[in-house]
Structures are given as structure tokens and as C-alpha cells.
Design a protein around this ligand. Structure first.
Ligand code: MTE
Length: 389
């Protein structure tokens, strides 16, 4: 596993330490009493990029319904804001509204709070598994995690400003530090999803204030949708007549309207913006390449389906010929993954164990993921190779 410590050893580079360390390590959140918060990479996270902090959760950590915050994956397109002060921070709401408003963190904290347990998955999770391979952060299986997010409803904040009938999309702007000519991370969601009774301006995660990696002091939380919809370090909400047009709406985060021949390019006009997540499962144990003794083997993992519910997880121990139902964990919530487990009576041999999930919309993980030029939404059945002695 490529942990942060291994990575730093490999790099042996003063240049790396000088250029990267100050922005990512010397950070303290005022709400955490001014303590410096350790980089989650210390805790066995897989570092996919140091430049902008992209940390993947090892699948072995997926054995609790809620992911502890230090094990929650991190996806940044650019530098995190260097300084964020909860006293000075403001959220503005404008555009197609009757009365633009500006809110402080203290004002937001006084609003009615709503909690949503949400599985957040990066659209590019599993990109490294697509064939042919595509450029971009080479995520393995762990750009996904689950937490209880809480904060006011976006709807309540929008209603304070009064959305005009012309307001059809809601744009979010984060406080990322944009390097050079990189376009800012701004995206929008349709008004229907913005007004949904589960879409939040989250200030807390698993009961504690958001950490900086996850968007302190406030982020959008768009449940069941690709992680890119949930803008961190939120500073501006703008109601628009039309979808926001910017790099992170187009060409980024779009999916072909029709299946594409693997390796082919697609014209932007033949694509649509990504919204809800696909149905998917991951085996968190035993690990790929394990050697185990014959007997009963506890196979376990997680499965999620975006806005739909997971209704079934099946396991195959013969490479996909026969499938047996796994037991679903009792903890569940609309947008959250389900833990699952399967007790497998093993005999000596070499096996490929697969998992596949089915959801309440009748979607089932396809034998082969749908290839697309940006490598989004990989959701073929997961597989691990096991040697039973
Ligand atoms: N918000 C801002 N401001 N900047 C970003 O780079 N990344 C997005 C989203 N929100 C991003 C952002 C993407 S692509 C994902 S998958 C999620 O944040 C990841 O959230 P996390 O880092 O809390 O896991």
C-alpha cells in the first residue's frame, strides 16, 4: 500500500517537502481549538495525489457503516483554502432571488438542523480498472465513504432569499485556491434537487464540525449524487436560469448518451451531466491475494446505489457462474451503503470471489463496466483472488 510515509520515503525530495508540506500539513481549524489536524494519510490512506491531496480509503477499512472521518476519502481538484476563519466566513445567496442574503456561520448554526447518512463516491472511483485505461486520477476501489452529514436544509436557506420562478438551477462556488490558469471549481444542480428535503448545507460530519479536508466550515451535500455535486468550502450560492456553464460542468463530469466503443472519443453535445450514482459493491475482506485455511470463510463488504436502495448482494465463488445471496447488515438509510456478509464453506483451491449488487430500480452491476472517455462510474462486480490451503 502506498501510504504517505512510504511516499515521502520514495520521494526523498526536499523540493517536495518544501512545496507541498506547508499547504497541507500546517493547518489548524479554529473550531477544533486551534490544534493541528494530522493528515489522514498518516493513517494508512492511499495517496493518489499529493499536489492537491487526493486520498483513497483502503477497502479493508470498509467494515463499519459510518466511516471514521480520518478514513474518509479526500478528493481535491486544487489547493485547499490556506486560511479559513469561522468568524470571517460568509455565505452569500444571490442570483434569481427576491432578496439576496449573506449568512455568517453563527446564523447558519441557529437554523434547524437536518441529518443525512450519505455514501459519497467520487465519479472517478475505479477509474484505474477501466480498459482501455483513461487519464485522470487513477483511483482504485476506495474513493467512496459514508458519514452522517448534518446542517440546515439548502431549501431553508434558499427560501430566506425567496427563489424567483425564473430560478431553475443552483450554483455553488467553493473557496479553493486556484493555481495558475485552472478554472475555478464551480458547479450547479437543478432546482428540484436543490429543494429536496435531504439536500443540505452541511456543517458537521459524524457529529463533529467538518474538517478542512472535507469542506470546513460548510459544504453542499447532494445525497446520492456523484461527489462532485457536493461543493466544499462553500462561499456562494447563486440561483440561475440555466445550468452553470464552466469546465466542471462541461466537459468534466459528463457521460455519453449512447454506449461508446472502448477507446473512442465522444462529442460534448452527445453527453449529459452526471447526477445519481450507479449500483455497486466492494469486497472489503478477505483481501485480494489472501491465503486462508480451509473452513468457513467470512466474506464481507459494502454495497450502495446512489438515490436507490440496495435490495440484494450476491457472491460468486466460481468466477461468476453461480451466485449466492449475501446477508445484508441491519444498518440502513436512504442514501447510505449497506454492509453485507457471506459465510463460505471453503475447500482447498484457487478461487476468484465476486460480489454484485441489485437495487430497488432493478439495476444490477453489469459483467463489464460501461467504458467512457473520462472513466466515470466504474461498477463491474468486484473481485478478489483467494488461495485456500
Ligand atoms: N469542492 C470543492 N470546492 N473543490 C473540490 O475539488 N471536489 C469534489 C467535491 N467537492 C471538490 C469539491 C469531488 S470531485 C468530490 S468526489 C468530493 O468533493 C469529495 O469530497 P471529500 O473530499 O469530502 O471526500
Amino acid at each position: 500500500m502506498n501510504s504517505r510515509r512510504d511516499f515521502l520515503k520514495q520521494m526523498s525530495g526536499a523540493a517536495l517537502v518544501a512545496s507541498v508540506v506547508p499547504s497541507t500539513f500546517d493547518w489548524a481549524t479554529p473550531q477544533a481549538g486551534g490544534q493541528t489536524i494530522d493528515m489522514p494519510g498518516e493513517d494508512g490512506m492511499i495517496v493518489r495525489s499529493f499536489r492537491f491531496v487526493d486520498l483513497e480509503t483502503p477497502v479493508e477499512y470498509f467494515n463499519t457503516w459510518l466511516t471514521p472521518v480520518p478514513h474518509f476519502f479526500v478528493r481535491n481538484h486544487m489547493h485547499e483554502p490556506a486560511e479559513l476563519n469561522s468568524e470571517d466566513w460568509r455565505l452569500t445567496v444571490g442570483g434569481e432571488v427576491e432578496k439576496p442574503v449573506t449568512l455568517s456561520l453563527a446564523e447558519i448554526s441557529k437554523m434547524e438542523t437536518h441529518a443525512v447518512v450519505n455514501t459519497l463516491e467520487c465519479a472517478g472511483n475505479g477509474r484505474s480498472l477501466h480498459r482501455p485505461q483513461v487519464p485522470g486520477v487513477q483511483w482504485g476501489k476506495g474513493a467512496v465513504s459514508t458519514a452522517r452529514f448534518s446542517g440546515p436544509l439548502l431549501r431553508d436557506i434558499l427560501q430566506r432569499a425567496g427563489v424567483k420562478s425564473t430560478g431553475k438551477h443552483v450554483m455553488f462556488r467553493g473557496l479553493d485556491e486556484v493555481p495558475g490558469k485552472v478554472p475555478p471549481f464551480i458547479r450547479s444542480i437543478p432546482i428540484e434537487k436543490a429543494m429536496d428535503s435531504d439536500t443540505l448545507i452541511a456543517t458537521h460530519m459524524n457529529g463533529a464540525p467538518l474538517t478542512k479536508h472535507h469542506g470546513f466550515p460548510a459544504r453542499a451535500l447532494v445525497p446520492g449524487w456523484v461527489g462532485a455535486a457536493s461543493i466544499k468550502w462553500l462561499t456562494e450560492i447563486k440561483v440561475l436560469e440555466t445550468e452553470f456553464s464552466g469546465n466542471f460542468m462541461s466537459p468534466a463530469y459528463r457521460f455519453p448518451n449512447q454506449p461508446v466503443k472502448p477507446g473512442d472519443s465522444v462529442k460534448p453535445e452527445d453527453t449529459h451531466p452526471l447526477t445519481g450514482l450507479s449500483v455497486k459493491s466492494v469486497i472489503s475482506g478477505p483481501s485480494d491475494g489472501s491465503n486462508v485455511k480451509a473452513g468457513t470463510l467470512h466474506v464481507h463488504g459494502v454495497a450502495w446505489a446512489g438515490e436507490a436502495e440496495v435490495v440484494k448482494v450476491e457472491i460468486s465463488t466460481d468466477g461468476g457462474a453461480a451466485w449466492n445471496a449475501a446477508k445484508l447488515g441491519h444498518e440502513q438509510a436512504h442514501y447510505a451503503w449497506r454492509l453485507w456478509s457471506y459465510e463460505w464453506k471453503t475447500k482447498a483451491g484457487d478461487y476468484t470471489v465476486l460480489s454484485r449488487a441489485t437495487d430497488s430500480q432493478g439495476r444490477i452491476q453489469p459483467a463489464t463496466a460501461v467504458w467512457n472517455p473520462s472513466g466515470y462510474l466504474y461498477n463491474a462486480p468486484d473481485q478478489v483472488k483467494i488461495h485456500v490451503a
